[in-house]
Design a protein around this ligand. Structure first.
Ligand code: GLU
Ligand code: ZN
Length: 285
Protein backbone atom coordinates (compact mmCIF):
# COMPACT_ATOMS: atom_id res chain seq x y z
CA UNK A 1 0.00 0.00 0.00
CA UNK A 2 1.29 3.44 -0.92
CA UNK A 3 1.45 5.89 1.97
CA UNK A 4 2.39 9.51 1.33
CA UNK A 5 2.40 12.57 3.55
CA UNK A 6 2.35 16.33 3.56
CA UNK A 7 4.47 17.67 6.40
CA UNK A 8 4.21 21.45 6.74
CA UNK A 9 5.91 23.45 9.48
CA UNK A 10 3.62 25.96 11.20
CA UNK A 11 6.02 28.87 10.97
CA UNK A 12 4.25 30.75 8.21
CA UNK A 13 1.10 30.53 6.08
CA UNK A 14 0.93 28.03 3.24
CA UNK A 15 1.46 29.32 -0.27
CA UNK A 16 0.77 27.87 -3.70
CA UNK A 17 3.94 25.80 -3.61
CA UNK A 18 2.69 24.00 -0.52
CA UNK A 19 -0.70 23.47 -2.12
CA UNK A 20 1.02 21.90 -5.11
CA UNK A 21 3.10 19.68 -2.83
CA UNK A 22 0.05 18.54 -0.86
CA UNK A 23 -1.89 17.82 -4.04
CA UNK A 24 0.96 15.74 -5.51
CA UNK A 25 1.22 13.66 -2.33
CA UNK A 26 -2.54 13.33 -2.03
CA UNK A 27 -3.08 12.25 -5.63
CA UNK A 28 -0.21 9.76 -5.68
CA UNK A 29 -1.76 7.99 -2.71
CA UNK A 30 -5.35 8.21 -3.96
CA UNK A 31 -4.54 6.96 -7.45
CA UNK A 32 -2.94 3.89 -5.89
CA UNK A 33 -5.73 3.32 -3.36
CA UNK A 34 -3.29 4.25 -0.59
CA UNK A 35 -3.25 6.63 2.36
CA UNK A 36 -2.40 10.31 2.50
CA UNK A 37 -1.19 11.64 5.85
CA UNK A 38 -0.85 15.11 7.32
CA UNK A 39 1.93 15.64 9.84
CA UNK A 40 2.55 18.98 11.49
CA UNK A 41 6.31 19.50 11.82
CA UNK A 42 6.41 21.70 14.89
CA UNK A 43 9.67 20.95 16.70
CA UNK A 44 10.86 24.44 15.97
CA UNK A 45 9.53 25.66 19.33
CA UNK A 46 10.35 29.33 19.00
CA UNK A 47 9.07 29.74 15.46
CA UNK A 48 6.04 27.41 15.57
CA UNK A 49 2.61 28.98 15.85
CA UNK A 50 -0.01 26.36 16.82
CA UNK A 51 -2.93 28.32 15.37
CA UNK A 52 -1.35 27.99 11.93
CA UNK A 53 -1.90 24.23 12.01
CA UNK A 54 -5.65 24.87 12.09
CA UNK A 55 -5.30 27.20 9.14
CA UNK A 56 -3.42 24.45 7.28
CA UNK A 57 -6.29 22.01 7.86
CA UNK A 58 -8.76 24.57 6.53
CA UNK A 59 -6.53 25.18 3.52
CA UNK A 60 -6.33 21.48 2.65
CA UNK A 61 -10.07 21.07 3.02
CA UNK A 62 -10.62 24.08 0.79
CA UNK A 63 -8.43 22.45 -1.85
CA UNK A 64 -10.72 19.41 -1.70
CA UNK A 65 -8.14 17.06 -0.17
CA UNK A 66 -8.84 14.30 2.34
CA UNK A 67 -6.22 13.12 4.77
CA UNK A 68 -5.49 11.21 7.95
CA UNK A 69 -3.65 13.25 10.50
CA UNK A 70 -0.80 11.64 12.42
CA UNK A 71 0.64 13.08 15.66
CA UNK A 72 2.56 16.34 15.41
CA UNK A 73 6.32 16.27 15.92
CA UNK A 74 6.10 18.04 19.25
CA UNK A 75 4.46 14.90 20.69
CA UNK A 76 7.26 12.61 19.54
CA UNK A 77 10.29 14.06 21.27
CA UNK A 78 10.97 10.80 23.15
CA UNK A 79 11.55 8.93 19.94
CA UNK A 80 14.06 11.54 18.75
CA UNK A 81 15.90 11.35 22.06
CA UNK A 82 15.98 7.55 21.98
CA UNK A 83 17.43 7.50 18.47
CA UNK A 84 20.03 10.13 19.35
CA UNK A 85 21.02 8.19 22.45
CA UNK A 86 21.44 5.05 20.41
CA UNK A 87 23.68 6.76 17.86
CA UNK A 88 25.63 8.40 20.69
CA UNK A 89 26.17 5.03 22.40
CA UNK A 90 27.43 3.66 19.12
CA UNK A 91 30.01 6.44 18.93
CA UNK A 92 28.43 8.04 15.88
CA UNK A 93 27.56 11.43 17.39
CA UNK A 94 29.68 14.05 19.08
CA UNK A 95 28.96 17.26 20.93
CA UNK A 96 29.58 20.55 19.20
CA UNK A 97 29.42 23.86 21.02
CA UNK A 98 30.40 26.03 18.06
CA UNK A 99 28.30 29.03 17.19
CA UNK A 100 27.50 29.89 13.60
CA UNK A 101 29.91 32.82 13.79
CA UNK A 102 32.71 30.56 15.04
CA UNK A 103 32.11 28.15 12.18
CA UNK A 104 32.00 30.99 9.66
CA UNK A 105 35.30 32.33 10.96
CA UNK A 106 36.93 29.05 9.94
CA UNK A 107 35.93 29.78 6.34
CA UNK A 108 34.55 26.29 5.73
CA UNK A 109 33.57 25.03 2.32
CA UNK A 110 29.99 25.43 1.15
CA UNK A 111 27.98 22.24 0.63
CA UNK A 112 24.47 21.56 -0.67
CA UNK A 113 22.98 22.81 2.60
CA UNK A 114 25.28 25.75 3.24
CA UNK A 115 28.40 25.82 5.39
CA UNK A 116 30.06 22.45 5.87
CA UNK A 117 31.21 22.02 9.44
CA UNK A 118 34.96 21.35 9.51
CA UNK A 119 34.78 18.99 12.49
CA UNK A 120 36.44 21.27 15.04
CA UNK A 121 34.77 19.67 18.08
CA UNK A 122 35.28 16.09 16.98
CA UNK A 123 37.40 14.21 19.49
CA UNK A 124 37.74 17.37 21.56
CA UNK A 125 36.76 17.75 25.19
CA UNK A 126 33.84 20.16 25.06
CA UNK A 127 32.84 22.55 27.77
CA UNK A 128 29.61 21.02 29.06
CA UNK A 129 28.46 24.31 30.55
CA UNK A 130 27.98 25.59 27.00
CA UNK A 131 24.93 24.43 25.09
CA UNK A 132 25.80 21.90 22.48
CA UNK A 133 24.39 20.33 19.37
CA UNK A 134 24.99 16.70 18.44
CA UNK A 135 26.65 16.10 15.10
CA UNK A 136 26.94 12.93 13.09
CA UNK A 137 30.49 11.69 12.61
CA UNK A 138 30.05 11.29 8.86
CA UNK A 139 33.29 9.41 8.27
CA UNK A 140 32.46 6.80 10.89
CA UNK A 141 28.86 6.56 9.80
CA UNK A 142 29.87 5.89 6.21
CA UNK A 143 32.38 3.27 7.29
CA UNK A 144 29.58 1.48 9.06
CA UNK A 145 27.10 1.29 6.20
CA UNK A 146 28.99 0.78 2.93
CA UNK A 147 27.39 1.70 -0.39
CA UNK A 148 23.77 2.82 -0.24
CA UNK A 149 21.24 3.63 -2.92
CA UNK A 150 17.84 5.26 -2.99
CA UNK A 151 15.19 5.53 -5.62
CA UNK A 152 13.49 8.66 -6.90
CA UNK A 153 10.53 8.63 -9.29
CA UNK A 154 12.20 10.99 -11.75
CA UNK A 155 15.91 10.48 -11.15
CA UNK A 156 15.82 6.68 -10.85
CA UNK A 157 18.31 4.85 -8.66
CA UNK A 158 20.65 7.30 -6.97
CA UNK A 159 23.87 6.40 -5.15
CA UNK A 160 23.61 7.94 -1.68
CA UNK A 161 26.34 10.50 -1.29
CA UNK A 162 25.95 12.23 2.07
CA UNK A 163 29.67 12.84 2.55
CA UNK A 164 29.61 16.31 1.03
CA UNK A 165 27.27 17.52 3.79
CA UNK A 166 29.94 16.87 6.40
CA UNK A 167 29.08 16.22 10.04
CA UNK A 168 25.43 17.28 9.95
CA UNK A 169 23.54 18.29 13.09
CA UNK A 170 21.09 15.62 14.25
CA UNK A 171 20.16 17.26 17.55
CA UNK A 172 20.01 21.02 17.53
CA UNK A 173 21.02 23.25 20.39
CA UNK A 174 17.49 24.59 20.59
CA UNK A 175 15.45 21.52 19.63
CA UNK A 176 15.53 17.79 20.43
CA UNK A 177 16.21 16.87 16.80
CA UNK A 178 17.13 18.40 13.48
CA UNK A 179 14.83 18.27 10.49
CA UNK A 180 16.82 15.30 9.13
CA UNK A 181 16.48 13.14 12.21
CA UNK A 182 12.87 14.01 12.99
CA UNK A 183 11.57 13.62 9.44
CA UNK A 184 13.38 10.31 8.92
CA UNK A 185 12.10 8.82 12.16
CA UNK A 186 8.58 10.09 11.62
CA UNK A 187 8.30 8.83 8.07
CA UNK A 188 9.29 5.39 9.31
CA UNK A 189 6.94 5.52 12.31
CA UNK A 190 4.07 6.66 10.11
CA UNK A 191 4.67 3.90 7.59
CA UNK A 192 5.34 6.34 4.75
CA UNK A 193 6.34 4.32 1.68
CA UNK A 194 6.65 7.18 -0.80
CA UNK A 195 8.26 10.38 0.45
CA UNK A 196 7.05 13.29 -1.66
CA UNK A 197 8.53 16.77 -1.49
CA UNK A 198 10.04 19.45 -3.70
CA UNK A 199 13.31 19.07 -5.56
CA UNK A 200 14.75 21.73 -3.24
CA UNK A 201 15.05 18.92 -0.70
CA UNK A 202 16.38 16.35 -3.15
CA UNK A 203 19.80 16.42 -1.53
CA UNK A 204 18.41 15.79 1.94
CA UNK A 205 17.45 12.30 0.82
CA UNK A 206 21.14 11.31 0.78
CA UNK A 207 21.27 12.00 4.49
CA UNK A 208 17.90 10.41 5.21
CA UNK A 209 18.94 7.23 3.42
CA UNK A 210 22.04 7.06 5.61
CA UNK A 211 20.02 7.60 8.79
CA UNK A 212 17.60 4.85 7.78
CA UNK A 213 20.53 2.46 7.52
CA UNK A 214 22.09 3.51 10.82
CA UNK A 215 18.78 3.20 12.65
CA UNK A 216 17.51 0.07 10.89
CA UNK A 217 14.47 1.82 9.49
CA UNK A 218 12.46 0.70 6.46
CA UNK A 219 13.52 2.36 3.21
CA UNK A 220 10.80 4.20 1.27
CA UNK A 221 11.03 5.45 -2.30
CA UNK A 222 11.01 9.15 -3.09
CA UNK A 223 9.12 11.42 -5.41
CA UNK A 224 10.66 14.87 -5.70
CA UNK A 225 8.36 17.19 -7.56
CA UNK A 226 9.00 20.41 -9.44
CA UNK A 227 8.88 23.73 -7.64
CA UNK A 228 6.68 26.73 -8.27
CA UNK A 229 8.80 29.72 -9.21
CA UNK A 230 7.91 33.39 -9.05
CA UNK A 231 8.59 36.02 -11.73
CA UNK A 232 12.23 36.21 -10.68
CA UNK A 233 12.65 32.47 -11.04
CA UNK A 234 12.89 32.10 -7.26
CA UNK A 235 10.97 29.40 -5.43
CA UNK A 236 8.02 30.69 -3.46
CA UNK A 237 8.97 31.05 0.18
CA UNK A 238 6.98 31.63 3.33
CA UNK A 239 9.35 34.37 4.34
CA UNK A 240 8.42 36.40 1.29
CA UNK A 241 5.01 37.00 2.82
CA UNK A 242 2.86 34.80 0.60
CA UNK A 243 0.03 37.25 1.10
CA UNK A 244 1.74 40.24 -0.46
CA UNK A 245 2.34 38.30 -3.62
CA UNK A 246 -1.25 37.10 -3.68
CA UNK A 247 -0.16 33.48 -3.52
CA UNK A 248 -1.13 32.78 0.10
CA UNK A 249 -3.64 29.93 0.37
CA UNK A 250 -5.50 31.28 3.41
CA UNK A 251 -5.91 34.67 1.71
CA UNK A 252 -7.34 33.08 -1.41
CA UNK A 253 -9.66 30.94 0.70
CA UNK A 254 -11.00 33.78 2.79
CA UNK A 255 -11.14 35.94 -0.35
CA UNK A 256 -13.79 33.59 -1.75
CA UNK A 257 -11.77 31.83 -4.48
CA UNK A 258 -12.72 28.29 -5.49
CA UNK A 259 -10.13 25.97 -3.94
CA UNK A 260 -11.12 22.84 -5.83
CA UNK A 261 -10.87 24.64 -9.15
CA UNK A 262 -7.46 25.95 -8.15
CA UNK A 263 -6.35 22.43 -7.20
CA UNK A 264 -7.50 21.13 -10.58
CA UNK A 265 -5.58 23.82 -12.45
CA UNK A 266 -2.43 22.98 -10.50
CA UNK A 267 -2.95 19.31 -11.35
CA UNK A 268 -3.05 20.17 -15.03
CA UNK A 269 0.07 22.27 -14.73
CA UNK A 270 -1.84 25.49 -15.33
CA UNK A 271 -0.08 27.96 -13.10
CA UNK A 272 -1.54 31.28 -12.03
CA UNK A 273 -0.15 34.37 -13.68
CA UNK A 274 3.49 35.02 -12.75
CA UNK A 275 4.19 31.45 -11.66
CA UNK A 276 6.15 28.85 -13.56
CA UNK A 277 7.14 25.28 -12.78
CA UNK A 278 10.83 24.58 -12.34
CA UNK A 279 12.71 22.01 -14.37
CA UNK A 280 14.18 18.95 -12.72
CA UNK A 281 17.75 19.67 -11.61
CA UNK A 282 18.82 16.22 -12.78
CA UNK A 283 17.26 16.46 -16.25
CA UNK A 284 13.62 16.77 -17.15
CA UNK A 285 11.46 13.66 -17.06
N1 GLU B 1 8.54 20.44 7.34
C1 GLU B 1 9.26 20.49 6.12
C2 GLU B 1 8.92 21.77 5.40
O1 GLU B 1 7.90 22.38 5.68
C3 GLU B 1 8.86 19.28 5.27
C4 GLU B 1 9.90 18.79 4.39
C5 GLU B 1 9.63 17.36 3.92
O2 GLU B 1 8.60 17.12 3.27
O3 GLU B 1 10.43 16.47 4.22
O4 GLU B 1 9.70 22.23 4.58
ZN1 ZN C 1 31.94 22.50 17.13
Amino acid sequence: MIVTRFAPSPNGPLHLGHAYSAIVAHDLAREAGGRFLLRIEDIDGARSRPQLADEFRRDLEWLGLEWEEVPAQSTRLDSYEAAARRLMDEGLLYRCTCTRAEIQALEPRIGPEGLVYPGTCKGRHVDLTRTSALRLDMTRALERVGDLFWEDAAAGVVAADPREFGDVVLVRKDAPASYHLAATLDDAADGVTLVTRGTDLFFASHIHRLLQELLNLPVPTWHHHKLLLDEDGEKLAKSRRSGELGFGIADMRTGGKDGRALADSLRMGEMPCGITLSRFPHGDA
